[in-house]
Design a protein around this ligand. Sequence first.
Ligand code: BTN
Length: 333
Amino acid sequence: MKEKILRALREHGDGFVSGAFLCSQFGVSRQAVWKNITALKENGYEIESVTNKGYRLLNSPSRLYAPDILSRLPEGCLCQKVECFDTLDSTNTKAKQLAEFGGPEGTLVIAETQTAGKGRRGRNWNSEPGVGIWMTLLLRPELPPVKVSGITLLSALALTKAIRELYGVQAEIKWPNDVILAKKKICGILTEMSSEENYVHYVVTGIGINANTASFPKEIEETATSIFLQTGKKIDRSELIADMIHIFCSYYEQFVKEQDLSAFVEEYNAVLANRDQEVCVYYGMVEQSSPENMDRGIARGIDRDGALLVEIDGRLKRIVSGEVSVRGVYGYV
Ligand code: BTN
């Protein structure tokens, strides 16, 4: 009900929505509407109520709130369940627990902060409270396990599109897991799955977005940035979450139906950082690289299975994501 009321209030913008309209629209009593409006106010929503006019939404809190995010998703979206927490160890770990207990596909787990946020390759993920977006989507794709990495690529693509549309900045993808702005990382993606040889039980796609972060720890300040730092504007995290999830879900459904990324290759390659530029491919930890475990070539884009095609000595080599890092010749991008 709160989600429906928020949707109706937002749809009316600056205008009032009458109590009678809300009652007839949702088939509930005036008292039920009033109770839900009171609950929304208690959660920080500033709602004006004027006799004979109705209700008007004046302000929303910055704290993430499940009914708010649901109210921004279109009806029929794969994501029908959102769970918001103040603190979790890791949204990926929570999503995996929910999956083990039969949680439905499309469940979105969000935390204001993580005490043990996980990055790729066992690294920690810095999850400062209140400023970032730390979330994980639970999926149950009918895909062979080898194709699951496509979900990471589509998450990056959906976020890149959402950021470009909402803020008019040139977000790009650093294949396969990162979204960047001005050559610095604003998002990392960690996809984990539970599978048998040829069957996927579930997938959790964890997405960490530096949304309103104002500064970074010394160790990462050279390579990390935030949408706020790049646009100069504090962003509405709920809006970005809903936009990205909406785009992702439609991409995901098409991907599962078609079983490959053909439909997305062109769009992906158009926003691929380093396309047609020289890159280094490290087969192992970048920090421990040697000439024997790296290649140098020109990145030409992804193929329909999500592999990066790198031209080395005139021949295209397929680089498959996994324990591989691709960097620019002079640094992170
Ligand atoms: C990386 O770039 O190394 C991947 C980072 C992934 C971070 C996100 S934050 C939400 C989700 N929960 C986690 O513990 N990790 C992912």
